[in-house]
Design a protein around this ligand. Structure first.
Ligand SMILES: Nc1ncnc2c1ncn2[C@@H]1O[C@H](COP(=O)(O)OP(=O)(O)OP(=O)(O)O)[C@@H](O)[C@H]1O
Ligand SMILES: [Mg+2]
Length: 308
């Protein structure tokens, strides 16, 4: 039997957002005021890094206009289902048991563009967050769309009060300075603690001569973090092998390698683990029952399916 379900179809009951996230110990969000700096890569890497340490992890891909998390984790062909009984969205389970929720799972094809206007996006994001059955998790990482505009604001506000920290991603250019400061300001205005700054593309180690090049300048991210009085979490080199693994959905395989880039990424996870050790060591809540009856998730405007 199939039933009519769409992302907006189920109004979030009052308090259901808190309910949806009540069994998540640590909720982190990645922010970058600028697009294309590696925010999704950092989000997915934090999730995989924690999962490699045995934590139960979830990722919410909140970038409705450019969802990339499923591709990086090799689960982009998956389908999202909704529990018919509870109306809750059941996350796709990716590598290392990571629970993944992304708008991409609800799109008919990889190339379909989401062209919703802001109010619809805002509603979809709110419903997404409130209606997901995350179960008990140690860590939930949320990937926001780039910038500090409407969509990131909506998702951050929807989670307001519930987020434990923001990870600000930048590249080490002086031009990024103002944008990083904006992201820090955004986080502070929303009362989200700044967990720290990650400097992606910090450098490149030439495979031919082993020399390290600081392509965009040296330590800009670190200096910005220091000037803003927030922690510096670490730098990630530009690594073509990393990029290849991401493009082919094998991020988890890359981080399992003992190379310098993987070590740099995992040291960022170490820093976060240390920072939030009290939260992470909280006792887990009692086990929940598994949902049984499921149906296909539909986008707003998609045709209803009849009974079969
Ligand atoms: N350190 C790195 N080494 C190699 N490739 C990288 C690195 N950082 C990012 N990339 C590549 O750059 C591209 C953009 O990265 P990513 O999607 O994480 O950026 P983003 O900030 O999330 O972008 P958007 O603003 O569009 O959401 C990806 O193809 C990724 O593989
Ligand atoms: Mg992205």
């Amino acid at each position: 039997m199939s039933v009519k379900v769409n992302i907006r179809g189920q109004a979030a009951a009052p308090g259901s957002l808190a309910h949806a996230l009540k069994d998540v110990k640590l909720k982190l969000v990645t922010i970058s005021g600028k697009g294309g700096v590696g925010k999704s890569l950092v989000t997915a890497s934090i999730a995989v890094g924690f999962a490699m340490r045995g934590y139960k992890v979830g990722i919410l891909d909140g970038d409705v206009y450019g969802p990339t998390i499923p591709k990086m984790l090799g689960v982009s062909d998956s389908t999202l289902y909704v529990d018919q009984k509870t109306g809750k969205i059941i996350p796709v389970v990716g590598p290392l048991g990571i629970k993944v929720v992304s708008i991409e799972f609800a799109l008919p094809s990889d190339d379909t563009a989401v062209i919703w206007r802001a109010p619809l996006v805002n509603q979809a994001l709110r419903d997404f967050i409130a209606q997901v059955e995350w179960g008990s998790l140690d860590v939930l990482v949320v990937d926001l769309p780039p910038g500090t505009g409407d969509a990131p604001l909506t998702i951050a506000q929807s989670l307001q009060g519930g987020l434990d920290g923001s990870v600000i991603v930048t590249i080490p250019t002086e031009i990024s300075r103002r944008i990083v400061l904006k992201s820090i300001d955004f986080s502070r205005k929303l009362n989200i603690r700044v967990a720290g700054v990650v400097e992606n593309m910090c450098c490149f180690k030439c495979p031919d001569n082993g020399k390290v090049y600081y392509i965009f300048g040296r330590d800009a991210g670190k200096k910005i973090a220091e000037a803003a009085g927030v922690p510096f979490l670490g730098g990630i080199p530009i690594d073509p092998e990393f990029s290849q693994h991401l493009d082919t959905g094998r991020l988890h395989e890359f981080l399992a390698k003992n190379n310098e880039t993987a070590k740099a990424v995992l040291s960022i996870v170490n820093a976060l683990e240390e920072m939030y050790k009290d939260k992470l060591s909280q006792q887990p809540p009692p086990k929940e029952e598994k949902p049984k009856r499921i149906s296909l998730l539909k986008l707003p405007g998609e045709e209803e399916e009849g009974e079969s």
